[in-house]
Design a protein around this ligand. Structure first.
Ligand SMILES: NC(=O)c1ccc[n+]([C@@H]2O[C@H](COP(=O)([O-])OP(=O)(O)OC[C@H]3O[C@@H](n4cnc5c(N)ncnc54)[C@H](O)[C@@H]3O)[C@@H](O)[C@H]2O)c1
Length: 411
């Protein structure tokens, strides 16, 4: 099942639980606007090349649409559509005043020079500048894009509309980015994990963790878990996997990764088969890499009691069912990885206020938002007698539906 089918399935299930009117259900699934533009640029060698850029704006009932822009060879409309819809539910779960959007350019950023990437980003911005904006649609970095990409969008957009720092988030700090944004998704994952464990009478300290992915999200989550006394006993990334049943020293592992670019040959742990990480003995499993990694081939072998979905769509629907039957508690992606978009919202607020928060304020507010969202989800689970994924979806769909009805848009 692809990402769009899985998202639609969860949405429809939530709509049924909530007893949504069929017209409203249909209208909530239809995107507000789908943009497709040709972006033609001169390459460094003087030849011309053209790439297709997309922006799907899914819903704006609760506020400006919000979502990443990715540069990837396989950016295609169905997937962008699913991810835009997911952003609508994610911002609603976190209760930040946004809708959802997603976009991208079908290109391989590794095949383009820095100046070609800059030209491509500027042309894309020229084509969509009238359709994005501080109070319309606020892009952010995603796969293959970064703070520099956002700086180019900000600069190009500002040529048309005047200085507009809040038109994008995930900017460099020097251009109005927020302190704490880089760590925000991993930190949010740790706050979410803490809230879930507390609900079960446990805490991060002393629990064992297996983490797939040691990039931005995985490395920050591992570092913060280690700082809180959790034992990270298995870690993998694209370069391999390692384990130490006494707990890996994450500070040392970060230094090793920084100096060698790899997890390989780290002295404080033993090498292991990367496929084993997902089924390794542990209390908490945190997939922080790819979608679909938990599926019918490995779900029955998972030993963790808790799974925190830091990656998007790590658990396919078949695995979801197998794991639920085993009694594994899954904290769903639309909540677990919402820390990034929540701090993006804080960045936007700071830009509009023209006032920069210190990092403690950002982190404290993030904890407040993540903890509150967890209790709101639990409330829906109790009301509708459902699992955490449906608790999060019903919470989100109900919030968007209420805003839609109040505006009188559904007919
Ligand atoms: N960065 C954010 O703010 C953010 C926000 C929400 C969701 N996410 C999701 O979290 C996940 C990770 O994002 P990120 O920003 O950390 O990306 P990243 O590119 O920084 O890191 C990805 C990590 O996954 C590893 N990896 C890739 N293939 C692997 C494999 N086959 N086995 C094991 N490890 C593998 C890479 O080596 C790398 O360590 C993605 O699913 C992303 O969509 C990220």
């Amino acid at each position: 099942m692809n990402a769009l089918a899985a998202t639609n399935r969860n949405f429809r299930h939530a709509a049924r639980i909530l007893g949504l009117d069929s017209k409203l259900e249909k209208s909530l699934l239809i995107p507000f606007r789908e943009i497709k533009v040709e972006c033609t640029i001169p390459k460094d060698d003087g030849s011309l090349v053209s790439y297709i850029g997309f922006r799907v704006q899914h819903d704006n009932a609760r506020g400006p649409m919000k979502g990443g822009i990715r540069y990837h060879p396989e950016v295609e409309p169905d997937e962008v559509n699913a991810l835009a819809q997911l952003m609508t539910w994610k911002t609603a779960v976190a209760d930040i005043p946004y809708g959802g959007a997603k976009g991208g350019i079908g290109c391989n950023p590794r095949d383009l020079s820095q100046s070609e990437l800059e030209r491509l980003t500027r042309v894309f911005t020229q084509k969509i500048h009238d359709l994005i904006g501080t109070h319309t649609d606020v892009p952010a970095p995603d796969m293959g894009t970064n703070a520099q990409t956002m700086a180019w969008i900000l600069d190009e957009y500002s040529k048309f509309h005047g200085h507009s720092p809040a038109v994008v988030t995930g900017k460099p700090i020097d251009l109005g980015g927020s302190l704490g944004r880089e760590a925000a998704t991993g930190r949010g994952v740790v706050f979410a994990t803490g809230a879930l464990l507390a609900e079960h009478g446990k805490s991060i300290k002393g629990m064992t963790f297996a983490i797939q992915g040691f990039g931005n999200v995985g490395a920050w989550a591992a570092k913060l878990i280690h700082e809180r006394g959790g034992k990270v006993i298995a870690v993998s990334d694209i370069t391999g996997a390692i384990r130490n049943m006494n707990g890996i020293n994450i500070e040392e592992l970060l230094k090793h990764k920084e100096s060698t670019g790899s997890l390989k040959n780290f002295e404080g742990a033993d090498k292991m088969d990367p496929n084993e990480v997902l089924v390794h003995e542990c209390d908490v499993l945190i997939p922080c890499a790819l979608g679909g990694v938990l599926n019918r081939d490995n779900a029955a072998d998972v030993k963790a009691k808790f799974i925190i979905e830091a990656a998007n769509h790590p658990t396919d629907p078949e695995a979801d069912e197998i794991l639920s039957k085993k009694g594994v508690v899954i904290l769903p992606d639309i909540y677990a990885n919402a820390g990034g978009v929540t701090v993006s919202y804080f960045e936007w607020v700071q830009n509009i206020q023209g006032f920069m928060w210190d990092e403690d304020k950002v982190n404290n507010e993030l904890q407040r938002y993540m903890t509150r969202a967890f209790h709101n989800i639990k409330g829906m689970c109790q009301t509708h007698d459902c699992n955490l994924r449906m608790g999060a979806f019903t919470l989100a769909v109900n919030r968007v539906a209420r805003a839609t009805l109040l505006r009188g848009w559904e007919a």
